[in-house]
Write a protein that binds this ligand. Structure first.
Ligand code: HSE
Length: 433
């Protein structure tokens, strides 16, 4: 008679480790009923095994040594929830070398060093699952790998960092400034250990790297992602966006254009009538368009112990099915062979919002519009607010579709003009022309 169930070992008993353990223990009955076999939490390793996590941990399963999980011959699946690059990568490679399947929530590791990990797993014939690495509880990896397998992907637009969405939502609702809201987000525990990852678009880029690889078969290409965070957005920009009928959202965007794939993370003005503009607070949402299915949208909690634990446990059960019933699944992450190349950011086309800090003098607008015209950037509308003989006033311009490299050249030239007092704030704008 073959195996009747699977044994799981967790490394990392922090927020997500605790959520995962809680679900495995409290929902063991429903999981076993649905899966048709028991999933047993055999060990949990963490450097700190004394702190009370608020869950009843069965006697004898806690250990301070990761090796007790990695080298336990009875453990079938190692769940890496340590985060960061090292020692997380070493734990995963050791688990693979020991013939164990791996479940991880480690987006930074997979986005930057995933090629080594998937190569090692393929060689050893084990699975590395990562549903929890992108958008927490939303099963977006399963969507791309299984649910939408029939489609050529047209585009993906995601709000996949709860912290920056929380900050932008609060700035919009309360007309608050960035720095004040960031402090609040940190106090509430939403931000990553290093908040730079959240607010500079790095965490979003890690997740986009994984989504784009699944969607377009390109290698994990974190370095090629254009990354721009939300730190430069002011309450004034939010007020202009509101007046113009937009929300500002930090979007992860990947889309296919002429055999190339765009990979970009930046704050974006999204029209109020787009569903994704209504995703507020710490929630995540991902819009996925496929050539067969058309537009689809996924919404939920992208962080936190229980939502992320929900995704980790789903991976554990899927992997357990592989162990018990055979049929190893492909990771969906391939190192080569994609039909697509990556589009240089300079070649990307978009509509734009410019907020110039211009001196309120005759001829200023014509000088600015002259430079925009020279670079083939067509103006859609202009707003000027305020009046000042001595200092600068905000001059807002919305454009028709233009090319990124033309915009960069035009703005560099405009910012060098004596009538322009400060660096121009540039935002990309989504919507119909
Ligand atoms: N810091 C991340 C966020 C956590 O704010 O979404 C989940 O990856």
């Amino acid at each position: 008679m073959g195996k009747q169930g699977v044994n799981v070992g967790i490394i990392g008993f922090g927020t997500v480790g605790t959520g995962t353990a809680r679900i495995l223990l409290e929902n063991a009955g429903v999981i076993a009923k649905r899966a048709g076999f028991p999933v047993v939490l055999k060990k949990i390793a963490d450097r700190d095994i004394t702190r009370d996590r608020g869950i009843p941990v069965p006697e004898g399963i806690l250990t301070a040594h990761a090796d007790d999980v990695l080298n336990d011959p009875d453990i079938d699946i190692v769940v890496e929830l340590v985060g960061g690059i090292h020692p997380a990568k070493d734990f995963i490679l050791q688990a693979i070398a020991n013939g164990k399947h791996v479940v991880t929530a480690n987006k930074a590791l997979l986005a930057t060093e995933g090629a080594d990990i998937f190569a090692a797993a393929d060689q050893k014939g084990v699975e590395v699952c990562f549903e929890a690495a992108v958008a927490g509880g939303i099963p977006i990896i399963k969507v791309l790998r299984e649910g939408l397998i029939a489609n050529n992907m047209v585009s993906i637009f995601g709000i996949i960092n709860g912290t920056s969405n929380y900050i932008l939502t609060k700035m919009t609702a309360e007309k608050a400034e960035f720095a004040d809201v960031l402090k609040e987000a940190q106090a509430l525990g939403y931000a990553e250990a290093d908040p730079t990852f959240d607010i500079e678009g790095i965490d979003t880029a890690h997740k986009l790297t994984i989504l784009a690889s699944l969607a377009y078969g390109i290698p994990l290409s974190f370095d090629a992602v254009y990354k721009e965070g939300i730190t430069k957005i002011t309450s004034e920009d939010i007020a202009f966006a509101t007046e113009l009928g937009y929300k500002i959202k930090l979007l992860a965007i990947t889309r296919a254009v002429d055999g190339q794939v765009e990979l970009r993370v930046h704050p974006t003005m999204v029209p109020n009538d787009y569903l994704i503009s209504k995703i507020d607070g710490v929630f995540n949402a991902i819009y996925v368009e496929g050539d067969a299915v058309g537009a689809t949208l996924y919404y939920g909690r992208g962080a936190g112990d229980m939502p992320t634990g929900s995704a980790v446990v789903a991976d554990i059960v899927d992997t357990a099915r592989t162990i018990l019933h055979g049929g190893k699944r492909s990771s969906g992450i391939s190192g080569s062979g994609s039909a697509y190349t990556i589009r240089q950011m300079g070649d990307v086309e978009s509509m734009y919002y410019f907020r110039f800090s211009a001196l309120d003098q005759p001829g200023t607008l014509s000088k600015i519009s002259g430079i925009l015209g020279k670079y083939n950037i067509s103006i859609a509308s202009v707003i000027q607010k305020g009046r000042s003989a001595s200092s600068s006033v905000p001059l807002v311009v919305l454009t028709h579709t233009a090319k990124e490299k033309d915009v960069a050249n035009a703005i560099a030239e405009i910012d060098a003009m004596p009538v322009v007092a400060d660096k121009t704030l540039v935002l990309r704008v989504e919507g119909k022309e």
